[in-house]
Design a protein around this ligand. Structure first.
Ligand SMILES: [Mg+2]
Length: 117
């Protein structure tokens, strides 16, 4: 069993032991992904590039950021499980789509969205 499958299995066990599946409607999981993403963003709010660079040298900040990243990943894995998505397959497909949308010769070193290249 690969790592993502083991993580998902362990998350579903955790959820089932607590009878939380009934709260985990896709809408609520999607909201939770946004909320956890906002918690991640909060670490960088008001900081300029220099402040962020300094902040990311702080062990406590790094630990807190890791926890927000984990929260986001947890909800993503739960959503994929509940909707029957294979996260590896859908990410691979998206990478291929992005390769087509952002050909290297047009997008290298540029930040514009594909329809502006
Ligand atoms: Mg959090």
């Amino acid at each position: 069993m690969d790592d993502l499958m083991m993580l998902t299995k362990s998350l579903i066990e955790f959820r089932d032991e607590r009878d939380w599946k009934r709260f985990h409607k896709p809408k609520d999981i999607a909201i939770s992904i946004c909320l956890e993403s906002a918690e991640l963003l909060e670490h960088f709010q008001w900081k300029d590039d220099t402040d962020c660079e300094q902040y990311l040298k702080d062990d406590k900040a790094i630990q807190e950021i890791k926890e927000e990243v984990a929260d986001i990943a947890i909800y993503l894995l739960i959503l994929c499980n509940d909707l029957g998505f294979n996260i590896v397959d859908i990410v691979k497909n998206k990478i291929e789509k992005n390769r087509a949308k952002y050909p290297v010769d047009k997008s290298k070193g540029r930040y514009e969205k594909y329809d502006r290249l």
